[in-house]
Design a protein around this ligand. Structure first.
Ligand SMILES: Cc1cc2nc3c(=O)[nH]c(=O)nc-3n(C[C@H](O)[C@H](O)[C@H](O)COP(=O)(O)O)c2cc1C
Length: 368
């Protein structure tokens, strides 16, 4: 049986010191000019000493893709020194550093993008946000290049890899989903066309890595398995996408959902299997799978790894317990699984993030 603390070697030959990954988490704590703050650097420093790999908060690849207030930016070469600060501090702790690259699409913030204009696959608004302008075919091709350019910046800033953010209803997912993609060009319509943008982004990122990276570079892709909307993504759609991504070749796929052991809601196949089981069957050893979702205790993580996933990601639990790996190795019962409201400073959680985490029912033990 796999051991959480044994090394894991990705397809490209890069070895992680263990199988625990820090899930990407936006921290709302950058500077107004898009650079990272000292508080963000300290937050990563605090979490870099145990896990095998850290996937950073998402960074926008185009100026009009800013999806969060105080998000740190990756759309221009002027941000390379800022991006480098995060990579350096993660490396100092001994973890691999992966930059999550992203565009908010219809969920971008109108007040914080040029001319207040947000873009998406089609003019389908996200609830309570402005209606996006559909991107021209030319703009889609420019966006693909932008994911590549931010990958080059990640390489220059010293990252070990990038994770393409195709999950959580942002731009790439907006193209893949028939709920948000009503296009009639080659990027819309049948599923083969709706997958075109994600697949072309992956190809571009791979090409850029081949051209610019001097050492093996990690390329991952994150996806959300299902959407609740009538025309939204089903598990059947996701299996097709995952199969196509695995066929292209990449170092890992990373599912995004809040519960590790959930079963598919909308699926024509065997609904008794968990999503993770279905994904493992589809991937069939072609690449690694990272599983995630409400893993808090050591036992939770062991049970997750027993399903056959290659790597287990922890998000909220690493906010609560930055020393999770060290404690899991030495004394698992000492792992805290609820937020201690008196420990913000010791946990190195920046003020704006701390306030944002007070959203009801989000972080166990977090109080308003
Ligand atoms: C504060 C916060 C910020 C997040 N930001 C991102 C993000 O930038 N990119 C992403 O793919 N997922 C993001 N997520 C989702 C997490 O990566 C993870 O999938 C989710 O929290 C479930 O894992 P957990 O139960 O271990 O927290 C965020 C989650 C939290 C709690």
């Amino acid at each position: 049986m796999a051991d959480l603390f044994e090394e894991y070697t990705l397809k490209n030959g890069v070895t992680l010191r263990n199988r625990v990954v820090m899930a990407p988490m936006t921290n709302y704590s950058g500077n107004d000019d898009g650079t990272v703050t000292d508080a963000e650097v300290a937050y990563y420093d605090r979490r870099s000493k145990g896990v095998g790999m850290i996937v950073t908060a998402c960074t926008h690849v185009l100026e009009n893709g800013k999806g969060f207030p105080r998000q740190f930016a990756g759309y221009d070469d002027k941000f390379i020194p800022s991006l480098k600060r995060v990579a350096n501090v993660i490396h100092a702790g001994g973890a691999k550093a992966v930059l999550q690259i992203f565009h908010g699409g219809r969920r971008s913030i109108p007040e914080e993008v040029p001319n207040g204009e947000i873009v998406s696959a089609s003019d389908v608004a996200f609830p309570d946000n402005a209606t996006p302008r559909p991107m021209t075919t030319e703009e889609v091709k420019e966006a693909i290049k932008a994911y590549g350019e931010t990958t080059r910046r990640a390489i220059e800033a010293g990252y070990d890899g990038v994770e393409i953010h195709g999950a959580n209803t942002y731009l790439l997912q907006q193209f893949f989903s028939a709920h948000t993609n009503k296009r009639t060009d080659e990027y819309g319509g049948v599923i083969e066309n709706r997958m075109r943008f994600p697949l072309e982004v992956l190809r571009e990122v791979k090409q850029v890595a081949k051209k610019h990276a001097k050492e093996a570079f990690i390329i991952g892709y994150r996806f959300s398995p299902e959407e609740p909307e009538e025309n939204g993504i089903t598990m059947d759609d996701t299996i097709q996408l995952v199969d196509a991504l695995a066929a292209e070749g990449l170092d890992y796929l990373h599912v995004s959902h809040m519960e590790f052991f959930t079963k598919p809601h909308r699926f024509t196949g065997d609904k008794e299997k968990t999503r993770v089981q279905l994904l493992i069957e589809t991937i069939n050893g072609r690449t690694a799978l990272i599983g995630v979702g409400s893993i808090y205790s050591f036992d939770d993580a062991v049970k997750a790894l027993e399903t056959g996933v290659d790597l287990v990601a922890l998000g909220r639990e690493l906010l609560i317990e930055p020393d999770w790996v060290q404690k899991a190795q030495e004394n698992p019962s000492s792992i805290r699984t609820e937020m201690d409201m008196s420990m913000q400073k010791e946990l190195a959680i920046p003020d704006p993030m701390w306030e944002a985490l007070k959203r009801p029912n989000w972080i166990p033990g977090m109080k308003a």
